[in-house]
Design a protein around this ligand. Structure first.
Ligand SMILES: [Fe+2]
Ligand SMILES: [Fe+2]
Length: 245
């Protein structure tokens, strides 16, 4: 069963730990007049995530299903969440809409977000950043402005089972995990976004894998990304590719 925690100001974390992968999968529900779900979880996780959403709101009230990039853990439940909620719209980056969503077997409404675009949920406001190549071409992030919350998707990941609010500096573990998985093609696009995060100075960061963190805790993670190697080094989930690959 997914675990549900209220984090701050109507933002809920729905989290499922996968022991075999040593990582958690989080979705974030913003309870408002026009509720939003950020990440849907994988296709097999749908029933669990839906039941967790239903602990807070009726899933048929969802107004926005937000997919920061197209990978199964971010989008696997999108078709069913949108189908069940008559007012819902799937929001992804403009480039995600163009190169992925409009070319798939998806017939629901789509909103392609560009940098600076905003969704008003009622009390909450979500502003979007286009963050290409962190870690996909179509990647975007969202900032909820009333709580100064950043939703960075796969940036600031922490492996293993973490509490809803993480206070530990797991920056070294994060960088090692990124290198072993081969998640980021290069450092430049990531460090540009790290600088933008530092300028934003969010009060809260809600990574998709691991726990949410306050501004104080975040410093350990931004420092790790600036000082430790984290980019692709020839491995994919720990498997070494042949030399020259
Ligand atoms: Fe991802
Ligand atoms: Fe992810």
């Amino acid at each position: 069963m997914a675990r549900v925690d209220h984090l701050i100001g109507g933002i809920y974390r729905i989290s499922t730990y996968a022991p075999e992968k040593r990582i958690s999968f989080n979705q974030f529900l913003i309870d408002d007049d026009e509720p939003a779900l950020i990440h849907t979880g994988t296709f097999p996780l749908y029933a669990d995530v839906r039941a967790a959403v239903a602990q807070v709101i009726d899933p048929s009230r969802l107004r926005y299903v937000i997919v920061p990039h197209f990978e199964a853990d971010e989008c696997g439940g999108m078709g069913r969440f949108v189908a069940e909620a008559p007012q819902s719209v799937l929001a992804c980056s403009m480039i995600g809409a163009r190169v992925n969503l409009q070319q798939w077997d998806y017939a629901g409404p789509i909103k392609g977000m560009q940098d600076g675009d905003m969704l008003h949920l009622g009390k909450h406001r979500l502003r979007f950043w286009e963050t290409p190549h962190v870690h996909h071409w179509d990647s975007m992030m969202a900032v909820e402005e009333t709580t100064a919350s950043l939703f960075p998707s796969d940036l600031f990941i922490q492996p293993n089972d973490q509490p809803a609010i993480v206070r530990e500096n797991l920056g070294t573990d994060m960088c090692e995990w990124y290198r072993a998985a081969g998640l980021f093609g290069g450092t430049d696009p990531v460090l540009r976004v790290v600088s933008r995060v530092e300028r934003l100075a969010p009060a809260w960061v809600h990574p998709m894998h691991g726990g949410s963190m306050s501004a104080d805790t975040l410093k350990g993670y931004t420092t790790a990304l600036r000082t430790q190697p984290f980019a692709f080094d020839g491995r994919l989930f720990g498997r070494h590719l042949p030399d020259g690959a």
